[in-house]
Design a protein around this ligand. Structure first.
Ligand SMILES: Nc1ncnc2c1ncn2[C@@H]1O[C@H](COP(=O)(O)OP(=O)(O)O)[C@@H](O)[C@H]1O
Ligand SMILES: O=C(CO)[C@@H](O)[C@H](O)COP(=O)(O)O
Length: 543
């Protein structure tokens, strides 16, 4: 009789679960879904709150325009997250495949010799204790960094101008893109670069930990480096050569994002009882993973209101990269692409204004929004605490109803509405400049922390004159990673590519229609968007 539990666990068939992770700017999150892709378990580790010993603010450390995060902090967060998941009652042996995502553009530098250590990690010890000395550079440059301007100028000049670089790599040169970050390290810390065996993105670094060997970089996240030819789907030797010597070997061969890379490492099998056949699917960038999590279709627009605010779309056909925004390889369709706009001053700027005018309370912030009308009596504000990416402007700019600059607004409520309207008008104006049509059939899908805020979403609906939908979980990157794990495993098992949207057809997540545009407000924002665009251009000209 005492053998009964053993016999039961042997005979109960293993369940078919999928784990998705997201190493984003402020936290590490995880979600587990079942065979039908329904969410079963969720967990999160916040870097500032749960790992105060690393002294980050918003998950990063700033030194002027240089912005980094301690690489080992992400590893320790993973130790904590795995324990949290265990406490939720998850049996890791039920997981058939895992995938994940990371904040884009950030880079990790593995020191020489680590490739021999990764497969032999001791399952009785925490990861962070064993990986602490594995990085040739302790602090990873992250997407908020804007210290590489001169390297960007050099690459654009050498390649025949910004449009040429955009045609090749999907984007003109951007400071946060990994190629320029690597060029800066070679120039300022050459000995550390030469002591580096492998360079990963945040996504492929996390994947390497699960795989127990260096993971390739996937095509979609590779598109955020200014090093990858998005048409040929391979590194561009000219770009590599401009940034650093022997870079190709340090980056490894890129792979299609839906690639199953192999079974999970022995460390996770021994320590957490994963099934040894559990597959690790290539990790990707958090925005590409969100596109998968939202099951976007051509014509829809997705807006992520996380640390950064981003706007992204599915692109069918041949891409035409421009001088603004980015074209990335599509994470779920190897033939397609996606377009992305990134706004650096997202949630952290909203938090600053909330703390200044509404005592740190989102409820008070919402109450202030409610006591001002759409259009804010003609007042317009632009709040770029950090040098903005789209467009490249820094500072705070306030205008009255006559387009005259003012130093402050009289009411706190005017200030709060000016911030939210300004941020959302900027998204509309730049999405339209990218060629996106704001039309009656347009649907907006939102995700990220601030998508919990209904007052902000109503303004978004009015500004875009579109229905706004949300998912049950505000973290579509995690969810998208779990979906990608399931899809990629199905592709591997069937031996032929299955279109992602076909695979998701009977499993699509629930979307809730949260806000509909109000006719009068939407009309008003048409005119205001045109004013916003003119004012923004005049600032750009002056700066
Ligand atoms: N009710 C709310 N209203 C507006 N913003 C919110 C609300 N709740 C959370 N947030 C914002 O969400 C942000 C975190 O979003 P998240 O998508 O988790 O970030 P990331 O994935 O970049 O780490 C916080 O910085 C916070 O300002
Ligand atoms: O730089 C970009 C996209 O190009 C950012 O969107 C980062 O990928 C950070 O993402 P979040 O942590 O804000 O989700």
């Amino acid at each position: 009789m005492s053998d009964l539990p053993y016999i039961l666990s042997e005979t109960i068939p293993r369940k078919n679960y999928f784990l998705g992770l997201d190493f984003s700017t402020q936290q590490l999150k995880a979600v587990v879904v079942d065979e039908k892709l329904q969410v079963l378990h969720e967990a999160a580790v916040n870097f500032d709150r749960n790992l105060p010993e690393y002294r980050t603010s918003g998950g990063v450390k700033k030194n002027g325009t240089t912005v980094t995060a301690p690489t080992v902090m992400w590893v320790k967060a993973l130790d904590l997250l795995m324990d949290q998941l265990k406490i939720t009652g998850l049996d890791f042996q039920d997981i058939s495949a895992i995938s994940g995502s990371g904040q884009q553009h950030g880079s990790v530098y593995w020191r020489k010799g680590v490739q021999n250590l990764l497969p032999t990690l001791d399952p009785t010890k925490f990861l962070f204790l064993q990986l602490a000395n594995c990085f040739s550079i302790q602090d990873s440059p992250v997407w908020m960094d804007s210290s590489t301007h001169s390297y960007c100028e050099t690459m654009e000049k050498k390649l025949g101008g910004p449009q040429k670089l955009a045609d090749l790599t999907g984007s003109r040169a951007y400071e946060r893109f990994t190629g320029h970050q690597i060029a800066k390290i070679v120039s300022e810390k050459a000995e550390l670069y030469f002591n580096t065996e492998r360079i990963s993105l945040v996504s492929s670094f996390a994947c390497s930990v699960f795989l127990g060997c260096y993971s390739p970089i996937d095509w979609s996240d590779a598109s955020g480096m200014n090093l990858f030819n998005i048409t040929l789907k391979d590194w561009d030797s000219q770009c590599l050569h401009m940034c650093a010597p022997d870079l190709k070997e340090k980056l490894g061969e890129p792979v299609a994002t839906h690639t199953c890379l192999g079974p999970i490492s022995n460390y996770f099998v021994e320590r957490y009882s994963f099934d040894p056949s559990c597959q690790v699917v290539a990790f990707t960038g958090d925005n590409p993973a969100s596109l998968a999590g939202m099951c976007l279709e051509p014509g829809d627009v997705a807006i992520s209101l996380g640390t950064s605010d981003t706007v992204f779309l599915w692109l069918s056909g041949k891409p035409t990269p421009s001088l603004e925004g980015h074209v990335f390889c599509n994470p779920v369709d190897p033939e397609a692409y996606m377009a992305l706009l990134c706004f650096k001053n997202g949630s952290l700027t909203r938090e600053r204004i909330r703390d200044l005018f509404s005592h740190g309370s989102w409820d008070e912030f919402d109450a202030l929004l409610a006591c001002t009308p759409p259009g804010n009596h003609g007042h317009i504000g632009m709040y770029y605490d950090e040098q903005e990416i789209t467009p490249k402007i820094q500072g705070t700019f306030r205008f009255n109803a006559f387009d005259q600059k003012v130093n402050a607004f009289e009411e706190a409520a005017t200030e709060v509405r000016a911030l939210v309207e300004g941020q959302l008008l900027a998204k509309r104006v730049h999405a339209e400049q990218l060629g996106f049509n704001i039309g009656e059939s347009c649907r907006v899908f939102v995700t990220g922390g601030a998508s919990n805020n209904r007052s902000i979403l109503q303004i978004l609906s009015d500004v875009f004159n579109a229905d706004v939908f949300t998912q049950d979980t505000a973290n579509s990157s995690c969810l998208g990673s779990a979906y990608r794990a399931a899809h990629s495993l199905a592709v591997k098992q069937s031996g032929t590519f299955i279109p992602f949207n076909e695979f998701m057809a009977n499993r699509r997540p629930n979307f809730t229609l949260l806000c509909r545009p109000r006719v009068e407000a939407a009309k008003l924002y048409d005119a205001m968007a045109a004013r916003f665009a003119t004012l923004e251009s005049s600032i750009l000209t002056q700066q």
